[in-house]
Design a protein around this ligand. Structure first.
Ligand SMILES: CC(=O)N[C@H]1[C@@H](OP(=O)(O)OP(=O)(O)OC[C@H]2O[C@@H](n3ccc(=O)[nH]c3=O)[C@H](O)[C@@H]2O)O[C@H](CO)[C@@H](O)[C@@H]1O[C@H](C)C(=O)N[C@@H](C)C(=O)N[C@H](CCC(=O)O)C(=O)O
Ligand SMILES: Nc1ncnc2c1ncn2[C@@H]1O[C@H](COP(=O)(O)OP(=O)(O)OP(=O)(O)O)[C@@H](O)[C@H]1O
Ligand SMILES: N[C@H](CCC[C@H](N)C(=O)O)C(=O)O
Ligand SMILES: [Mg+2]
Length: 508
């Protein structure tokens, strides 16, 4: 990056000694360990630490300026920029340092469905011939390839570097996920948003947010503070929590488009389940559109409509948007069929919270003649209240439950499993996730279906501080081929318990 004068990077409420206004800044960071000569170190008051305590280390590494909420002793010649809110200021600085952004950016929030909606919005735009990308839990997905990132909403420095890069490479349309952490920590405050979407709200992240209300308020920020008046808001209105989002959006002067059975922007008139596809009748501005959505599960209808609403809200032609829904592909690891044993399909899914697990199991039930089997676990260092709830949902909605490890992180994996097992009578326990998947696959009979939930696209398993390479896809595929070679009657791909004429094999 070319150097920028320090004053040009700072928000209007920053206080800076004018001597330093023209100081050239060649890089920015929030991590003292990453600071380099000529950089600005932004000291964040964190959850575990206060970044200002590391200002001296940043300076020792070459930082020439420090931004923060409180002054700390700094050597002569080092600039200090005082700001009232360091996280807000960081977003401003990052956006000023990496100035390019795609012209049209849509952000989606909600407890479940963000990754799916972001993928769908990107696919719809691409189908309309627009250079489109998405940023979220599965990383950056761009016309030239995919780059995995670790956060759903990257921190502002990483986020704006990415926005600048994709805009520079010709992307004009970008869909991104707005996580509650990201909204709460002002990670998106520097993003120029054209539209915002809301899917649903249920229990999640209560290890971080003190209450469900605080969690909801973080998500509301997208509509009440971040989207500029006149921007579009696509809101799924079939959930009771939706009203608060509609009210916030209306109060902000947004162009609200509600979607769903109760929606008035895109009204869902009917759903006709056709194998793993769904025939939808939709009403938009008085016209009725018939759409064959090539995805299973009621929840994917919700996601597809929010995505359509975002694209229409950003100016796309409605009929072309509805036509594009017919070619949507599910996001990686979201109710993704990875193969079949004895005709029993095996799905990898990212449900790691109660509502998502419930929706994923409900989505598969219509396709099961004998047993619905689920393998799942719960993440360590995350809201422990989710564990018994997920155990109870699995026991209620599946016929065979295997409780295994997800990402134990710093916790004792056996204690995490015990919390889920306590609410799941009849469940069996197999801690080793690979072994749990192999056991479930080996037992599959005609008429069964298997859901492997919780890790979706994740390429590793976090145990302690180590990330061990692990992929549900790879383990499941290996187990399926091992079962296939053992079982003479295995047919490979046909889930023969479904009427053949209702099948859409591409999506199975
Ligand atoms: C809980 C959480 O959100 N933490 C985020 C937060 O870190 P923090 O406030 O805890 O940082 P801290 O450890 O207290 O340190 C304070 C500051 O001192 C700095 N520091 C620290 C040590 C040092 O030697 N030198 C130094 O400069 C740190 O860089 C930091 O800026 O701010 C950091 C950037 O400023 C984020 O990288 C970090 O995300 C961590 C890695 C994380 O795991 N976040 C997850 C929970 C998260 O954000 N998840 C959401 C939701 C996912 C979803 O459900 O979809 C996401 O968007 O991914
Ligand atoms: N609209 C929805 N309602 C309920 N459950 C959903 C919905 N969409 C997806 N799910 C379930 O939640 C899981 C995660 O979906 P997705 O990755 O699209 O959501 P997300 O909001 O990005 O989640 P995360 O915050 O964990 O990244 C899916 O695998 C599926 O089980
Ligand atoms: N972004 C989510 C991902 C959870 C994934 C799940 N596999 C788990 O580890 O709980 C989180 O950090 O809470
Ligand atoms: Mg996500």
């Amino acid at each position: 990056m070319s150097p920028r004068p320090l004053a040009a990077l700072l928000p209007a409420d920053a206080v800076l000694d004018p001597r330093f206004a023209a100081m050239p800044i060649v890089g920015i960071t929030v991590d003292s360990r990453a600071a380099q000569p000529g950089w600005l170190f932004c000291a964040m008051p964190g959850i575990k630490a206060d970044g200002m305590d590391f200002a001296a280390q940043a300076v020792a590494n070459g930082a020439v300026a420090v931004l923060g909420e409180r002054a700390a002793p700094l050597p002569e010649g080092i600039a200090f920029a005082g700001v009232p809110n360091a996280r807000k200021a960081l977003s401003h600085v990052a956006a000023a340092f990496h100035p390019r952004q795609p012209a049209t950016i849509a952000a989606v929030t909600g407890t479940s469905g963000k990754t799916s909606v972001a993928a769908f919005v990107r696919q719809i735009w691409a189908a309309l011939g627009l250079p489109a990308a998405s940023i979220g839990t599965v990383g950056l997905v761009a016309p030239w390839g995919e780059t995995y990132g670790s956060l759903t909403t990257p921190d502002p420095v990483a986020l704006h570097a990415l926005l600048d890069e994709v805009a520079g490479r010709g992307v004009t349309h970008l869909a991104m996920e707005a996580s509650s952490h990201g909204l709460d920590q002002h990670r998106l405050d520097g993003v120029r948003l054209a539209a915002g979407g809301f899917t649903n709200l249920s229990r999640d992240h209560l290890d971080y947010h003190p209450t469900l209300e605080a969690y909801r308020d973080a998500k509301l920020r997208l509509f009440s503070e971040l989207l500029p008046p006149g921007a579009a808001a696509a809101i799924e209105t079939d959930h009771p929590e939706a009203q608060a989002f509609v009210d916030a959006a209306a109060a902000r002067g947004l162009n609200v488009l509600t979607v769903g059975e109760k929606g008035s922007g895109i009204k869902l008139l009917s759903i006709d389940v056709q194998g793993f596809s769904q025939g939808l009748r939709l009403e938009h501005r008085g016209a009725v559109h018939a759409v064959r959505l090539p995805l299973a599960g009621r929840f994917q209808v919700e996601n597809a409509l929010v995505a359509a609403g975002l694209c229409i809200g950003c100016g796309a032609e409605p009929a072309a948007v509805f036509a594009a829904l017919e070619r949507l592909e599910g996001a990686k690891g979201r109710l993704e069929r990875v193969g079949a044993v004895n005709g029993a399909p095996v799905f990898v899914d990212y449900a790691h919270k109660p509502d998502a697990l419930e929706k994923a199991l409900e989505a598969l039930r219509p396709f099961v003649r004998d047993r619905l089997v689920v393998v799942f676990g719960c993440g360590g260092d995350r809201d422990p209240g989710k564990r018994p709830m997920m155990g109870a949902i699995a026991a209620r909605l599946a016929d065979r439950v295997i409780v295994t490890d997800d990402n134990p992180r710093s916790e004792d994996p056996a204690a995490i499993r015990a919390a889920a097992l306590a609410a799941a009578p009849g469940a069996i326990e197999i801690g080793d996730r690979g072994e749990a998947i192999r056991t479930a696959v080996a037992e599959l009979r005609p008429g069964d279906a298997l859901l492997i939930a919780g890790k979706g696209h994740e390429p590793g398993q976090i145990v302690g501080r180590t990330v061990l390479p692990f992929s549900d896809h790879e383990v499941a595929r290996a187990a399926i081929s091992a079962a296939g070679t053992r079982s003479p009657q295995a047919t490979g791909d046909e889930p023969h318990f479904l009427p053949a004429d209702t099948l859409n094999r591409d999506q199975l």
